[in-house]
Design a protein. Structure first.
Length: 156
């Protein structure tokens, strides 16, 4: 074998060895889940999810809400945003599509001593105010109050 070929083989071997050593020395990257996820379109923030709930991480809840927003847009002209009670928890609904359920952990993370019903009403109001801003041509029927909130179910 010629000296040039031996030198080339040595250089390639050293390069491969250096690459393997660098790969082994690189710190392992671990996924750190977010502690807050903004639900926003463009420059308008509807609300922020700060806690996991119902077995979903903050990140998973954000993805689920974003998928539901797409469904709401696909359904056409939205009806008023409502807050209904599902399984004893206030849930924001648009066009019959559940957007998000508000849990006690959400209310606690929001601070200010708000309860789940109050937080759901605040989030629903932001959704109703924001949809026309991010959805050209979106019009809600004129009515009062701006957000309908049903009463919690009576407990026996």
């Amino acid at each position: 074998m010629s000296a040039t070929k031996l030198l080339l083989l040595a250089v390639i071997t050293l390069a491969v060895a250096a690459g393997v050593a660098a790969a082994q020395a690189a710190p392992e990257r671990t996924y750190v889940p977010p502690t807050q996820a903004d639900i926003a379109i463009g420059n308008y923030q509807f609300f922020a999810i700060r806690t996991p709930a119902a077995g979903y991480t903050v990140d998973q809840r954000q993805k689920l809400v974003n998928q539901r927003l797409i469904e709401i847009f696909a359904a056409g002209q939205p009806k008023p945003v409502t807050v209904v009670w599902i399984r004893g928890k206030p849930t924001i609904v648009v066009n019959g599509i559940k957007l998000i359920t508000v849990y006690p952990r959400d209310a606690a993370a929001a601070g200010g001593g708000v309860c789940t019903q109050q937080l759901a009403a605040m989030w629903a109001k932001r959704v109703e105010e924001g949809l026309p801003r991010v959805w050209p041509g979106c019009r809600f029927p004129t009515r009062k109050p701006a957000v309908e909130v049903s009463a919690p179910p009576a407990t026996p």
